[in-house]
Design a protein around this ligand. Structure first.
Ligand code: PLP
Ligand code: MN
Length: 385
């Protein structure tokens, strides 16, 4: 393991490296953006999986974290994060037991810290209520509950409209559960390349959310909060007057796939802050080979882009399997990197890349001349349950 204070050159490869200066500029941009729009931000920790980064963003104004998994919530709680929203459905009795224990522990602190969760079925609400009841008896408002509606992704979520009203009513009947509002996240819209396509998708989302909210309120229940949005569409939700909370996660590190989106002029331009440091271990007349394959970075959203802070000729990365990357010059006739040269990769998709590593190496002062300032443990690595 690299020591804090070491130079960037001393980081062995392959390694996941965070450019702390770029990351902190992204945090500052997000904080300023949310403040300007009067919305809360609750960044998704499924992306960075680090309690230290969650706390750093909360110190900068985030209201808490989103997680996707019960085990991620446990990792955040163990790391000192007290305001956690599981933006996903949990139905197994063993997981719900763990959810109930966390919710009861946070409630017992008597602070504003809370656990929240999403539901999308009557059976799910019933199971949640029973689990909370077993742990917390008839204590009121132990967990905040959001009804998830499917706003176009075709994944989780009850249909917008009357089905959502029925679920909200059911939640409100259980004194241990507090109906808080709507979860409305359109994952499918985030990576649509053209801004106009994302605009169109979110306009439809807003219609569905507004109609559902109106029906729930007509039934006598208050929709305190609508939560959702990712890095691709967040400026649209933020400006809507409908969403009170943004769940974007990838803005912190910005992967190559998000960078391929046509920019939304209303959204801050986030910088790449997550890199795989890699070294050339073999060369031939036609290509160079580096030591980072898809055990170092996820390739579900495409292969990584090569970043050269040294200003060397542009390189294209080709799949060399799980331990290798094959590099060719983007323009014919340009020199290939030499054996031992260091290169930097911008992963195609940051979330599953982080999950491949035990640590991220936080560097201050740039990728050429910087120093290691901190090691960030990937606390929720492999936290899938
Ligand atoms: N909210 C939910 C429910 C998600 O599933 C995700 C990511 O998949 C996000 C928010 C964050 O999106 P992004 O990392 O693209 O900003
Ligand atoms: Mn993602």
């Amino acid at each position: 393991m690299i020591d804090v204070g070491a130079s960037v050159q001393a980081i062995d490869t392959p390694a996941l490296v965070v450019d702390l200066d770029a990351m902190e500029r992204n945090i500052a941009r997000m904080a300023a953006f949310a403040a300007a729009h009067g919305v809360h931000w609750r960044p998704h920790a499924k992306m960075h999986k680090s309690a230290a980064l969650a706390l750093q963003m909360m110190a900068a104004g985030a209201v808490g974290v989103c997680v996707q998994k019960t085990a991620e919530a446990e990792a955040m709680l163990a790391g000192g994060v007290g305001n956690i929203y599981i933006s996903n459905e949990v139905v197994s009795l063993s997981k719900l037991q763990r959810v109930a224990q966390m919710a009861a522990a946070l409630k017992a602190k008597n602070t504003s810290d809370r656990l929240a969760i999403a539901v999308d079925s009557a059976e799910g609400v019933q199971r949640l209520a029973e689990a909370i009841g077993r742990v917390a008896g008839d204590t009121r408002d132990v967990i905040d509950v959001f009804v998830e509606i499917d706003v176009g992704q075709g994944r989780c979520g009850v249909a917008p409209g009357p089905a959502a009203v029925a679920l909200a009513r059911q939640v409100a009947q259980h004194p241990q559960l507090r109906f808080k509002g709507l979860q409305a996240y359109h994952g499918g819209a985030q990576h649509r390349r053209r801004h106009a396509e994302r605009q169109q998708a979110i306009a439809e989302v807003l219609r569905q959310v507004q109609a559902t909210r109106a029906l729930i309120e007509a039934a006598g229940l208050k929709v305190e909060l609508v939560t959702g949005a990712g890095t691709g569409t967040m400026a649209l939700e933020a400006a809507s007057g409908v969403y009170g909370e943004l769940q974007s996660g990838s803005f912190l590190f910005m992967d190559a796939d998000y960078a391929a989106n046509e920019a939304d002029p209303a959204r801050p331009a986030f910088e790449h802050a997550l890199f795989v440091k890699t070294q050339v271990v073999s060369t031939s007349a036609a290509h160079a080979v580096c030591d980072a394959g898809h055990k170092s970075h996820a390739i579900d959203s495409g292969l990584p882009r090569v970043f050269r802070p040294d200003g060397g000729p542009a390189l294209a990365y080709f799949n060399g399997g799980d331990e290798h990357g094959i590099l060719r010059t983007a323009e014919p006739g340009q020199p290939l990197p030499a054996l031992g040269d260091v290169l930097w990769l911008i992963p195609g998709h940051c979330d599953p890349t982080v999950n491949l590593h035990d640590h991220m190496v936080g560097v201050r002062g740039g990728l050429s001349a910087g120093r290691v300032e901190r090691l960030l443990r990937v606390d929720a690595r492999g936290a899938l349950t």
